[in-house]
Design a protein around this ligand. Structure first.
Ligand code: UN1
Length: 498
């Protein structure tokens, strides 16, 4: 039990009250295997109660002027800032990511708070000339109502901020189901909203499983939007259910992101970019680099650099500042990675480094996997097509720039890609032809900034975006408003002057 956390059991937050649930489960620190806290496993009734509260609260919240709604977010941003270090430590404990990255993640939430607070004074609509005289036409954003957000364990506070902050500033009420692996960030953020003076019922936190709480949210007729980040498999189910109910759904479901290294690339820089993107967060990012598409002329030189840099990666408990690679989230995640190592070997890729679980000494009770490098992989191998969500990267040699672009686009996902080249023509071709929602030039595949749209093409999502001003499109409807001040009935399309 950490001294940072002021409770032994994380309870739901419904209509401004902290409500305990009898059924609970343990939250485990993946670095040590120790229990940190207990978390509620809620039922459908809790979701129903949260929606009832949210529906009432939303009517009032929508009438609060947006700049005033934004004041709450400014306060949230300031509290997050004051508590950044403590929150980062808690984040490392529940998620395992190293402290430096945990600080980076809390920073994303801080940035998002101030960015979305600024939207309180914008939320821009459009004015448009009417086709009739003495008539005014405009398009305005209106809140959708009660929205459901379902957030993953790998970025428990950043992704929550990408979704809840725009939803709240736009005048919605939120039902939030965080991942049961990482409920502490949800607890802390909710407490911060409470302290910042968010009216009761505007944010409701319901802990529990996807099959119970998630399902109840997806099926609740009064939840008008679901914003989901998680696995492709679950996302497809959510999309299917929402589709049948004509419910708006925004999905972000991972990637199989590649870094392309051309023959003219700065290879030291490319190696740094790959190491950071492939092994940062132990590869447990949607944006993680898990493929390197390398020009055959520089393959050997790149391999040599990567192997050397991999030796320098210290693996361990992320609370130790010298550690670069933390644990895997849980046993299930670790077993999945191990399965892909076997698949890669059977498919004929060459294992150059890693490929094993760490089990001795300090690693005994946690879930650790050695950073792994395969080479001579082919585009159609499963290790080069499927999301592994671990510190495993596969090199795919190619003969040309065109082949590299094609290889990048050969997967069903389309989240992020990076290219290392010094050739300006290749840079512009790449940003046009790489079929991903995010493209980096001379950088790896991770590190998206909060004021730009986050999301991807193809199997990564369904066209919506998290973060950026684009996130407002998920949580608002466009309303066309016509004001006729002519004093007579004017008929559009008919009473127009020829
Ligand atoms: C994720 O992995 O789901 O771009 C989010 C990045 C981070 C966010 C990752 N800013 O890597």
């Amino acid at each position: 039990m950490t001294t940072l956390l002021n409770t032994k059991s994380l309870t739901n937050y419904i209509n401004g009250e902290w409500i305990s649930v009898n059924n609970t489960t343990s939250v485990i620190n993946p670095a040590t295997g120790e229990e940190i806290v207990q978390v509620s496993l809620s039922d459908k009734e809790h979701v129903d109660a949260a929606v009832r509260a949210a529906k009432e609260a939303q009517k009032r919240w929508a009438h609060v002027p947006a700049p005033q709604r934004a004041e709450v977010l400014y306060k949230v941003g300031n509290i997050l800032k004051e508590r950044k270090e403590e929150l980062s430590q808690l984040l490392t404990m529940e998620n395992g990511k190293v402290l430096e990255e945990a600080r980076g993640e809390v920073q994303e939430a801080i940035d998002m708070a101030f960015y979305m607070a600024g939207e309180g004074r914008r939320l821009f609509g459009q004015t448009t000339p009417s086709e009739l005289k003495d008539k005014f036409a405009m398009s305005v954003r209106v809140p959708v109502g009660v929205v459901g957000i379902i957030t993953p364990w790998n970025f428990p506070i950043a992704i929550a901020s990408w979704k809840s902050f725009p939803a709240i500033v736009a005048g919605n009420a939120v039902i939030w189901k965080p991942a049961t692996e990482t409920p502490i960030m949800a607890y802390e953020l909710t407490k911060i909203f409470e302290e910042a003076g968010l009216p009761k019922g505007v944010l409701n936190l319901v802990y529990g499983s996807g099959s119970t709480v998630g399902k109840a949210m997806v099926h609740h007729p009064d939840i008008r939007v679901i914003s989901f980040t998680g696995s492709n498999e679950v996302g497809r189910q959510v999309a299917g259910e929402c589709g049948r109910q004509l419910k708006k759904v925004s999905l972000e479901m991972g990637g199989k992101n590649a870094v392309i290294v051309m023959d003219d690339a700065d290879l030291d820089l490319a190696a740094d970019g790959i190491i950071w993107s492939a092994f940062g967060t132990s590869g447990q990012r949607c944006t993680a680099c898990s493929r390197v598409i390398v020009h055959e002329k520089v393959k050997a030189a790149l391999e040599e650099r990567l192997l050397k840099k991999m030796e320098e990666l210290t693996i361990g408990n992320g609370l130790d500042e010298s550690v670069k690679v933390g644990p895997i989230i849980n046993r299930q995640g670790l077993e999945k990675i191990k399965k892909y190592i076997e698949i890669g070997k059977q498919e004929g890729a060459k294992l150059l480094a890693g490929g094993y679980e760490l089990t001795d000494g300090q690693y005994k009770n946690g879930y650790y996997f050695a950073p792994t490098l395969f080479t001579d992989a082919k585009v159609d191998m499963r290790i080069a097509q499927e999301e592994i969500f671990g510190p495993v990267v596969s090199l795919i040699p190619v003969k040309s720039f065109e082949e590299a672009i094609e290889a990048n686009n050969s997967v069903t996902y389309g989240l992020s890609s990076g290219i290392f080249t010094q050739d300006v023509n290749r840079v512009f071709k790449a940003q046009r032809d790489l079929d991903t929602g995010i493209v980096y030039v001379n950088a790896g595949t991770i590190g998206a900034e909060i004021h730009l749209p986050f999301g991807g093409t193809k199997g990564t999502g369904n066209g919506h975006r998290d973060s950026g001003v684009q996130a407002l499109d998920v949580f608002t409807e466009w309303r066309a408003v016509y004001v006729d001040f002519s004093g007579k009935l004017q008929r559009a399309q008919i009473d127009i002057e020829e």
